[in-house]
Ligand binder design. Structure first.
Ligand code: FES
Length: 162
């Protein structure tokens, strides 16, 4: 009799333990599916690497005048291989932001002079000089990630720190 009770208890324990384990696996799968691209922070791709280009080089024509905007990719180790948007906000001042939406990691669309929109859930970010990259609408928790951008007016070289 004592042994029977122990067997029943053991069976109940195993049933409960198995159900708990399955629930845990299910939760992990659900969390992973809900987190978009599977990263906790879709914008965390800083490497500290500096990339420079001369405004007189072909491909950078858009940045030769104040207000110009350029969307560009700088390779695998820069912003995780994703594009950045660069704007010349003043004669000697440039700003650079990642295209990666801080909500779930989609690439934002084509920037206009005033804003850029994320096609996934319609968050909107400013492209204006005064608040370049700031979130101005939608579900995104913050603005686009900014990369430090320096300009040497003498040499016309722009340097972005990724
Ligand atoms: S990924 Fe959801 S608003 Fe951009």
């Amino acid at each position: 009799m004592k042994n029977e009770l122990t067997d029943v208890s053991r069976r109940e324990f195993l049933k409960t333990a198995t159900a708990s384990a399955l629930a845990l696996v299910g939760s992990a799968t659900l969390v992973s599916a809900l987190s978009g691209c599977g990263k906790d922070d879709p914008t965390s791709s800083r490497t500290g690497e500096k990339v420079s280009f001369n405004l007189n080089e072909s491909g950078f024509e858009a940045l030769r005048t104040v207000g110009g905007i350029l969307r560009r990719n700088f390779g695998a180790n820069r912003n995780g291989g994703r594009d950045v948007i660069i704007r010349r906000v003043a004669e000697t001042e440039f700003r650079t932001v990642s295209v990666v939406c801080p909500h779930a990691g989609c690439d934002v669309g084509t920037p206009t002079q005033t804003q850029v929109e994320c096609p996934c859930h319609n968050s909107v970010f400013s492209m204006q000089a005064s608040n370049f990259g700031a979130r101005i609408g939608g579900i995104a928790p913050r603005g686009l990630t900014a990369f430090e951008t320096a300009f040497n007016a003498e040499t016309q070289v722009v340097t972005i720190t990724f």
